[in-house]
Design a protein around this ligand. Structure first.
Ligand SMILES: Nc1ncnc2c1ncn2[C@@H]1O[C@H](COP(=O)(O)OP(=O)(O)OP(=O)(O)O)[C@@H](O)[C@H]1O
Length: 229
């Protein structure tokens, strides 16, 4: 691989294998994600997409293989170094949002910046506006709808300009207008900030807007082309 190609690599996974007890979830998964690309990950429910995202982030362990994030061996780093790299380089949109109920909407979005010691109220406001939540920053999460909470989670994942965004069905609870807005935001994050984004989706519409698509099945990850509309 050339130096230029290596420099573009944000994430490199090789030979990942995962099982829950006796149940194999996946094996032999390899994946490269480059700066600026939006990659859609599709596959049947239960095939292991969320588990793979967790393993790529180092939030779940693998039995085999290696994950390199920004050319550092994430899975081999001691936990404090792993946490520091994750905090700096990663934005994660969880399927279940994981918005903290005791913090306001704006404080939830601000959290990654605070953990990095870089508070930036203007950036928080910019993200709230970008996801269509301007004016709701002072609300408590319990006062928001499911779709609004999903957008809080997306704003929080992007606010610190991470090199890698892992997004687990980020448009699953959104109407078409907000789904398009969120996809546009993820794309802008890739284009403007040079981030890589791996987007788990069941939506062919979302897949069409990706730079490339991967389908996950028992054989591993295969390149896939969505049918044009
Ligand atoms: N903590 C766990 N313990 C045991 N089995 C688990 C655990 N988490 C997930 N699984 C199993 O691992 C497999 C993969 O689950 P996963 O959530 O990764 O699938 P998915 O492709 O993301 O599904 P969906 O599209 O429905 O979100 C499933 O068979 C699931 O039942």
């Amino acid at each position: 691989m050339s130096e230029a190609a290596r420099a573009q690599l944000v994430l490199q996974a090789r030979g990942l294998g995962k099982r829950y007890g006796e149940l194999p979830v996946f094996s032999g998964i390899s994946l490269d994600l480059r700066a600026g690309e939006l990659v859609a990950l599709l596959g049947e429910s239960g095939c292991g997409k969320s588990t793979l995202l967790n393993c790529l982030a180092g939030l779940d362990s693998v039995e085999a293989g290696e994950v390199r994030l920004l050319d550092q061996p994430l899975s081999a780093l001691p936990e404090p170094a792993q946490a520091a790299l994750r905090r700096r380089a990663l934005g994660f949109v969880f399927q279940a949002f994981h918005v903290l109920p005791q913090l306001s909407v704006a404080d939830n979005v601000a959290l990654p910046l605070l953990l990095l010691g870089r508070p930036d109220a203007a950036r928080v406001q910019q993200l709230l506006e970008a996801v269509g939540l301007a004016g709701l920053g002072e609300r408590a999460p319990r006062q928001l709808s499911g779709g609004q909470l999903q957008r809080v989670a997306i704003a929080r994942a992007l606010v610190h300009r991470p090199a890698l965004v892992l997004a687990d069905e980020p448009t699953g609870n959104l109407d078409p207008r907000h789904a398009a807005q969120v996809l546009e935001l993820l794309r802008a994050q890739c284009r403007q900030e040079g981030a890589a984004c791996l987007l788990v989706t069941h939506s062919e519409r979302a897949a069409v807007s990706a730079d490339r698509c991967l389908r996950m099945d028992a054989e591993g990850l295969q390149p896939w082309s969505p049918s044009p509309h």
